[in-house]
Design a protein around this ligand. Structure first.
Ligand code: SAM
Length: 182
């Protein structure tokens, strides 16, 4: 759904993922990172760090391009406190996304925060907006993808800078082309 009011340029977005459990969540957090990357976020701050996951996303860039990065952080508070833009924390307890969206679209730069099993109470105080994507529990991946779609829109086809491969949209089957070497 196109936003009602939008700056000429979509806000730049970074993502912070709290409470990653390397032993239990590698697949879920990988999907979160892929979602952030695919919708044009610049980086994912991952708390606590997971070097394997960061390397996995690096390999995705190697094939499909772009400069998305995963940065492991031992302490998430400075990331929130020192962010120079506005902070939107996704939680089912927050205000409806539709209510916060117009003000978010006026911002040049956002930090989107998603939690895991339990989010520290301080996060609710440190954010500019606590925002719900519906008021039922679902998933950090779903919440982030809806937020990024509303803020930045879903990117169309075409190779990203530095990609070695690109998808040619097809009604059936899979078509992938190799990009010429630079
Ligand atoms: N009780 C949590 C909450 O505050 O939303 C649900 C935990 S859920 C397993 C993990 C993360 O998914 C949450 O920290 C939040 O970032 C996101 N999430 C889940 N449901 C959401 C919703 N309806 N709206 C926004 N974010 C949601």
């Amino acid at each position: 759904m196109p936003p009602a009011r939008r700056r000429r340029t979509a806000p730049r977005v970074e993502v912070l993922r709290l409470g990653h459990r390397a032993a239990r969540d590698p697949r879920l957090t990988t999907h979160l990172a892929l979602t952030a990357r695919a919708w044009g976020a610049e980086r994912l701050y991952l708390h606590p760090p997971d070097t394997e996951l960061a390397a996995r996303l690096g390999r995705v860039n190697g094939r499909w391009g772009g400069s998305f990065e995963v940065i492991g952080v031992k302490d998430w508070r400075p990331i929130v406190r020192e962010h120079t833009g506005h902070v939107v924390h996704l939680t089912m307890y927050g205000i409806p996304l539709t209510e916060a969206l117009p003000a978010m679209l006026e911002q040049p730069y956002l930090l989107a925060v998603v939690g895991g099993a339990k989010v520290p109470a301080a996060m609710y105080e440190m954010s500019d907006w606590n925002v719900a994507v519906g008021h039922q529990p679902h998933s950090e991946v779903a919440a982030l993808s809806v937020l990024l779609d509303r803020i930045r829109g879903t990117p169309g086809p075409g190779a990203w800078p530095g990609a070695t491969h690109a998808i040619v949209p097809s009604a059936r089957g899979k078509r992938v082309v190799e990009m010429p070497a630079p």
